[in-house]
Design a protein around this ligand. Structure first.
Ligand SMILES: Nc1nc2c(c(=O)[nH]1)N[C@H]1C(S)=C(S)[C@@H](COP(=O)(O)OP(=O)(O)OC[C@H]3O[C@@H](n4cnc5c(=O)[nH]c(N)nc54)[C@H](O)[C@@H]3O)O[C@H]1N2
Ligand SMILES: Nc1nc2c(c(=O)[nH]1)N[C@H]1C(S)=C(S)[C@@H](COP(=O)(O)OP(=O)(O)OC[C@H]3O[C@@H](n4cnc5c(=O)[nH]c(N)nc54)[C@H](O)[C@@H]3O)O[C@H]1N2
Ligand SMILES: [Mo]
Length: 786
């Protein structure tokens, strides 16, 4: 049976009060009020800015990358998008006065939330070791120091150019060009920790690196399956099309070890009629709490069950369940897959998935009856040792029924940062084969480096081994977001040069190397004037549509520079002049950067400047949508594997699978507050969520503070402590705790094969009863809340 609606073992923890409201609704309005009415919000009418969020004449939200409809709602924003907006519009400033008051050592002990809550960075800063403080310098000095530092490296391969996924297409294009002209492909980005399993898996299966679904597919789809994605917190605007689907009677099936509220119920806070009536819309009618790492078994089980249904249809002379025409004309590898599926045994599938054969067959029947289906997924599939297999097995399920390149059908990886997909599109990639290097060589008259660059895991390992000498960060909080953060921080201090382009202060900035620069930039919400003329930037959403974005708010300080101006400043101070790369002209008028982008990528960006304002976005060509398969074989490729467990380690009685989670009150390492409303966890992030069965089996008690220790035999001790045991509805052997607090537990070596995405959704850990104060993350303790 699909478990419908109510949790099967209601949680009873002290901190954890079950949330039985919908996502959205009055809770959403209250949460917004808490953020919007904070004293530090700069503008009295910040709400007015929200009206221009995700509209053609406004700015594209700085939170998630969900699609922006052609006919936007009057309020095309969500609770978390609004929080992200307010967070950039605060009136507090982390200015020279702030840094004069606090040493770097002191700030390093602050929790994530307090650092960013100090306010917007306002002027360029340089770390001064003598006073242990960041001191203001001029922009010219900052660029000169960065340029000197980079020019001083004996080998350009010893510098890394990280990007975090928010910066515009214009900035990203310039940044990637800067790195290549400097002499390396060391361009890791947050995608390396996120959907790189998608970027590796999808091209092998269907010949495109991105999802094939467009917003209008929601209007015609007959079925939706979601795997490991938390829509209510991470892409709440997707709840609007999901709500419409649910009302049309489209079956929605969810596979997730946690019962995430967003997939259960939704009340649209922007629809007055809904807010005044008690009801809310049920989203998922079928909710399957699979085991963490159990998706290969779930997906193979679903495929096997589809095959069984097809066998039965054939026996009864009924219409086939497999899309045989599609399989014959458009795919390769089906026979091998079928052999593999027939060889798989249900008891093995049940053990690995945590679901019964009956549950999987029930879900497969719903899927098999539907004329089209959307397969949606997130980090629950990608962040495992076998994350790439997960993505490819999901494609198998889609391809068996011809659900790619059909209206209402497709594969939908829901991307993270608001321009993370776009950064890859315009050249931020460590993989030289993904970038038109010959075109760049011709366009700019230089010889681009051809060797593969460092990705995130490569960078972590390189810094730990002492092989990296300079880290340039275009946004992000690498030291907290990456795996093995404790080991990384120790090695980080030995870096000769660190340069961070940022809006807000975070922990990465507080582990200075020999020369450390902090370069404050405009937020996308702010007006970007160059020579008195307002500039437009562009981003790409999860459905491969490009959007224009115009800032609407006055800059937080008149000393801020735009991201394109900062990248140009760094490049000019570092590189020998090249008349074919007009950094200054580009900054004077961003439409020239878009012309350059179009010249490098003529197919994706045809008539870019003219079309960037297209309502609903300017769609990027996706061959798979046309059933053109840009794979090795020229066909969509099935993937046969015996893999049933994505975790990549064996079960053992004391070993638990740690799922690192985001709360509803954070954006990655940006912690807005301590209210994970949908999960009923209030006031502290120092919790470990655990099924009551495991709590009893391990002899623990609710509220008890314990430590987690990584259960990997590599001679390194990894520990995070002071976490309160919190009863929660989770499958046996699976526990949950927050990212980034738990990142010291994640070994850099524990990553997806091929894509190198750190396996943050199945970290092997053990419980340790003693708590060592050295391993307690900063932030409010659970006991302070009781
Ligand atoms: N408000 C807000 N929005 C965000 C972000 C944010 O932090 N805050 N982050 C942005 C970014 S960069 C990204 S990448 C996305 C992330 O958005 P998601 O892809 O939703 O990622 P997570 O929040 O990490 O959670 C993934 C979900 O997978 C489930 N899960 C864990 N392990 C497994 C498993 O083994 N199998 C299955 N089937 N499910 C599993 C978890 O319970 C959780 O519901 O959101 C983006 N949007
Ligand atoms: N254990 C575990 N680890 C994970 C994950 C997980 O689920 N579990 N998720 C992974 C994922 S999906 C991702 S995407 C990464 C995220 O990793 P990152 O992208 O590196 O981290 P963020 O927290 O998004 O970065 C926040 C910082 O970006 C800066 N910033 C904000 N806005 C701007 C801007 O407009 N311009 C510039 N220049 N800077 C800005 C601010 O200084 C802010 O402090 O973390 C990964 N790490
Ligand atoms: Mo992400």
């Amino acid at each position: 049976m699909g478990r419908k609606q109510e949790p099967h073992n209601a949680p009873t923890g002290r901190e954890q009060q079950p949330y039985d409201g919908p996502t959205g609704g009055w809770g959403s309005v209250k949460s917004l009020a808490r953020h919007g009415l904070r004293r530090e919000v700069r503008t009295t009418d910040a709400a007015a800015e929200l009206l221009r969020q995700n509209k053609h004449d406004g700015f594209m939200c700085v939170s998630c990358s969900w699609a922006k409809p052609a006919k936007p709602h009057p309020f095309e924003f969500c609770e978390n998008g609004a929080k992200a907006t307010f967070w950039d519009l605060v009136s507090d400033r982390a200015d020279a006065e702030f840094f004069a008051k606090h040493t770097v050592t002191e700030l390093a002990a602050w929790p994530e939330h307090d650092l960013e809550a100090a306010g917007r960075l306002t002027e360029p800063l340089r770390y001064d070791a003598a006073s242990d403080r960041y001191l203001p310098i001029t922009w010219d000095e900052a660029f000169a120091l960065a340029g000197q530092g980079l020019r001083a490296l004996a080998d350009p391969k010893r510098a890394v150019f990280y990007a975090s996924g928010r910066a515009s297409l214009e900035t990203s294009y310039m940044y990637a060009l800067f790195a290549r002209m400097y002499g390396n492909n060391n361009l890791p980005d947050s995608s390396n920790m996120c959907h790189e399993s998608t970027s590796v898996g999808l091209p092998r299966s269907i010949g495109v690196p991105v999802g094939t679904v467009r917003l209008d597919d929601f209007e015609s789809t007959a079925c939706i399956l979601s795997f490991g994605q938390n829509v209510g917190a991470n892409s709440p605007r997707m709840l609007h099309p999901l709500q419409d689907c649910s009302r049309r009677g489209v079956p929605i099936l969810t596979f997730n070890p946690l019962r995430e509220r967003g997939w259960e119920r939704f009340k649209n806070p922007q629809a007055p009629a809904e807010m005044l009536t008690p009801g809310s819309t049920r989203i998922s009618g079928w909710y399957y709490q699979c085991r963490a790492g159990g998706d290969p078994a779930v997906l193979q089980g679903l495929c096997k069950a589809v095959l069984e249904l097809d066998d039965a249809a054939r026996a009864a002379d009924a219409p086939r369940v497999l899309d045989t025409d599609f399989i014959e004309n458009h795919t390769t590898g089906y026979e091998a897959l079928e052999r593999q599926l027939r060889a798989l045994q249900w008891p093995d599938i049940e053990r690995a998935s945590g679901l019964s054969a009956e549950q999987i067959r029930e879900a497969a029947e719903v899927y098999a009856r539907a004329e089209s289906a959307l397969l949606i997924y997130g980090m629950g599939l990608t962040q495992h040792r076998y994350g790439v297999d997960n993505v490819r097995l999901l494609c198998n399920l889609a391809l068996m029924r011809g659900n790619v390149g059909r209206a209402g059908g497709g594969v939908l990886p829901v991307r993270g940062h608001s321009n993370v997909q776009g950064q890859r599109t315009v050249g931020i990639s460590e993989k030289p084969e993904l970038v038109p290097l010959d075109t760049l060589a011709e366009q700019y008259g230089f010889e681009p480096p051809r060797e593969k660059g460092l990705d995130t895991v490569g960078t972590v390992e390189g810094v730990i081994k002492g092989e990296i000498e300079a880290f340039i960060g275009l946004g992000g909080n690498f030291l907290r977001a990456a795996p093995d953060t404790t080991r990384l921080a120790e090695a980080w201090r030995r870096l000769p040069l660190t340069v961070h382009v940022a809006t807000k202060l975070n922990h990465t900035h507080l582990v200075p190397g020999a020369t450390s620069l902090l370069l404050p930039c405009l937020s996308r919400i702010e007006c970007d004037l160059q020579g008195g003329v307002g500039q437009t930037v562009t981003t790409e959403d999860s459905t491969a549509c490009f959007h224009a974005s115009v800032g609407v708010q006055d800059p937080a300080a008149d000393t801020l520079l735009s991201e394109p101006a900062i990248v140009a400043g760094l490049a000019r101070a570092t590189l020998d002049p090249n008349p074919r790369v007009p950094w200054a002209d580009w900054v004077a008028d961003y439409s020239r950067i878009r012309d350059a982008i179009e010249a490098t990528y003529p197919k994706d960006f045809r008539e870019f400047n003219a079309r960037m304002g297209t309502p609903g976005g300017m769609p990027r060509p996706l061959p798979a949508r046309e059933r053109i398969w840009e794979t090795e074989s020229g066909k969509a490729q099935f993937h046969a594997t015996a893999c049933l467990d994505a975790a990549g380690f064996d079960d053992a009685p004391e070993r638990l699978r740690l799922v690192t989670l985001r709360s509803n009150d954070q954006f990655n390492t940006t912690v807005y507050g301590y209210h994970d409303r949908f999960r009923g966890i209030e006031g502290s992030r120092r919790v470990v969520l655990m099924g009551q069965g495991d709590i009893d089996r391990l002899g623990l008690a609710a509220g008890q503070q314990i430590s987690l220790v990584t259960d990997v035999d590599d001679c390194e001790h990894r520990e995070v402590g002071g976490l309160a045991v919190t009863p929660y509805d989770l499958p046996p052997g699976c526990i949950g705790a927050y990212y980034p607090e738990c990142n010291p537990l994640l070994p850099a070596s524990h990553h997806a094969i091929d894509s190198h995405v750190p396996a943050g959704k199945t970290v092997p850990v053990r419980i340790k009863l003693e708590v060592d104060p050295r391993h307690i993350p900063p932030g409010p303790a659970p006991t302070e809340l009781l």
